[in-house]
Ligand binder design. Structure first.
Ligand code: GLP
Length: 244
């Protein structure tokens, strides 16, 4: 696990965007695993700026998103489909047909999940998987548990995640109680993993991810076993980690 120290959110975002754009420049037809949430928004904004300047071209890139709330349709403003279009896809030259976000409105969750895994496997797994981290150490929506999950599946969200994500909804009752998420095993198949983290609220989770025991009670801790994982975090998120 390589830790890259950033001064603040802006610096973290630029560094993360630099790594993503390097991937796209080195392999224009790459597969990107993408994440939602407040953490990657700055990196997406930076990538959009570089696209507008002509520095990066997304025309051949394919993407697979980590997760989606159960019950929300593509055009629901709270859905991760909507988030991705609003914050990234609509502003760059990505081919929407090559983008994939789990279908929150599926009527057949079991075959949907199997099919999502099959598509990711057939694509050869993400060259780069971008991740944020939950306050409780979750990755995607893989919540603390007594085992690591395998493929894409439906999860019951924990109270702490519902509460953390309620800031993006009008009221806490509006937050869906379930989500579809790529499993931990699928995430681990990515050829490179880039975790972005900022702010004091993430400090304990970042410490547990990087320096704690590898345990499903902190799902992100399994990233210690990945051979090519980079954590880009700001000073506040690294404040509980050993200095060097
Ligand atoms: C959300 C998402 C994760 C995200 C995490 C942190 O619930 N499912 O993919 O990484 O929680 O979110 P944020 O970046 O807003 O802190």
């Amino acid at each position: 696990m390589k830790i890259v120290r950033a001064k603040d959110y802006q610096d973290m975002s630029r560094k993360a965007a630099n790594i993503i754009s390097a991937q796209v420049i080195l392999k224009p037809e790459c597969i990107l695993g993408l994440a939602t949430g407040s953490t990657p928004m700055g990196a997406y904004q930076q990538l959009i700026k570089w696209y507008e300047k002509g520095d990066v071209d997304f025309s051949q890139v394919s993407t697979f998103n980590l997760d989606e709330y159960v019950g929300l349709s593509d055009d629901d403003p709270q859905s991760y489909h909507y988030f991705m279009r609003k914050n990234f896809f609509d502003h760059v030259n990505i081919d929407l047909a090559k983008t994939h976000v789990p279908d929150g409105a599926t009527k057949d969750p079991e075959s949907f999940c199997k099919n999502y895994d099959r598509m990711i496997a057939e694509a050869g797994y993400p060259d780069l998987q971008l991740l944020g981290i939950g306050n409780n150490g979750h990755i995607g929506f893989n919540e603390p548990d007594d085992h690591f999950s395998a493929g894409t599946h439906c999860v019951d969200l924990t109270e702490s995640t519902i509460q953390a994500n309620s800031r993006l909804f009008e009221k806490e009752e509006d937050v869906p109680r379930q989500a579809y998420t790529m499993g931990v095993q699928t995430i681990m198949y990515a050829h490179m993993i880039l975790v972005a983290a900022n702010g004091e609220k993430k400090a304990q989770a970042v410490r547990d991810m990087c320096f704690g025991p590898v345990t499903p009670s902190c799902p992100a801790s399994i990233l210690q076993l990945h051979t090519n994982c980079v954590v880009v975090a700001d000073e506040a998120a690294l404040s509980l980690c050993p200095a060097e």
